[in-house]
Design a protein around this ligand. Structure first.
Ligand SMILES: *Cc1c(COP(=O)(O)O)cnc(C)c1O
Length: 215
């Protein structure tokens, strides 16, 4: 696959769902990819990327932004509270707000800086014990809690259980976002982004299908 191939599949999936292609943002997930592959995608004009690790992103994006101009980078990996300050300084959005202690930390940082990245609440739609995220039954109250802290919530994010049909998880996330008045839906990866678009995804996170397999 390549960036162009994924873009045309994205456009086709939007058309099939009766949605405008601009309604879906393609986040190119560049974690642990060789720099040359990332530079290649930047050279092709892509300007929205996703990273999983604060330290890796810190080592990569200041320089790439200096060379390629305005690039948006979204945090899509688990965020430790002690890395929150570095994260809000580096990222345009954080998709992994998954606990109250992190919300409190982000609210303090937003107060101090007078600005905050856009935030997505990660929902553990499969209620998997090993997976991060707010449980579905706790999501409405967590969203209300974040709003009471004045956090700029944009949407919900999920990673469906491996080896399961992702569609019911996407539908559940869409339903929870709608009833909470949230427009953003971060869902869909290399193997299932078309199903996510059919279910209303606004942000798909595609890594290996664009860059190739990760080492
Ligand atoms: C790595 C990762 C992706 C991209 O996965 P691919 O299968 O390579 O497309 C998407 N979302 C999250 C949260 C990830 O950690």
């Amino acid at each position: 696959m390549s960036l162009r191939a994924i873009q045309s599949r994205l456009t086709a999936a939007c058309a099939a769902a009766g949605r405008a292609p601009e309604a879906v943002q393609l986040i190119a997930v560049s974690k642990v990819q060789p720099l040359a592959r990332v530079e290649d995608v930047l050279t092709q004009g892509h300007r929205l990327f996703g990273e999983n690790y604060v330290q890796e992103a810190q080592g990569k994006w200041p320089d790439l932004r200096a060379r390629f101009g305005a690039v948006q980078v979204h945090m899509i990996g688990p965020l430790q509270t002690n890395k929150a300050k570095a994260a809000v300084e580096l990222f345009d959005a954080i998709h992994t707000l998954d606990r109250a202690s992190l919300a409190e930390k982000l609210a303090k940082l937003a107060q101090a800086r007078g600005a905050s990245p856009d935030l997505f609440v990660q929902v553990n739609t499969g209620a998997e014990p090993q997976k991060a995220g707010i449980l579905p039954q706790d999501t409405d109250s967590f969203v209300a809690q974040c709003r009471a802290m004045d956090l700029p919530l944009r949407g919900l994010m999920c990673i469906p259980p491996e080896g399961e049909d992702a569609a019911p998880h996407f539908a559940l996330l869409a339903q929870m976002a709608a009833r909470n008045g949230l427009g953003g839906l971060s869902m869909g990866m290399s193997s299932d982004f078309e199903a996510a678009i059919a279910a209303g995804a606004t942000h798909v996170r595609v890594g290996s299908a664009i860059f190739g397999a990760r080492a």
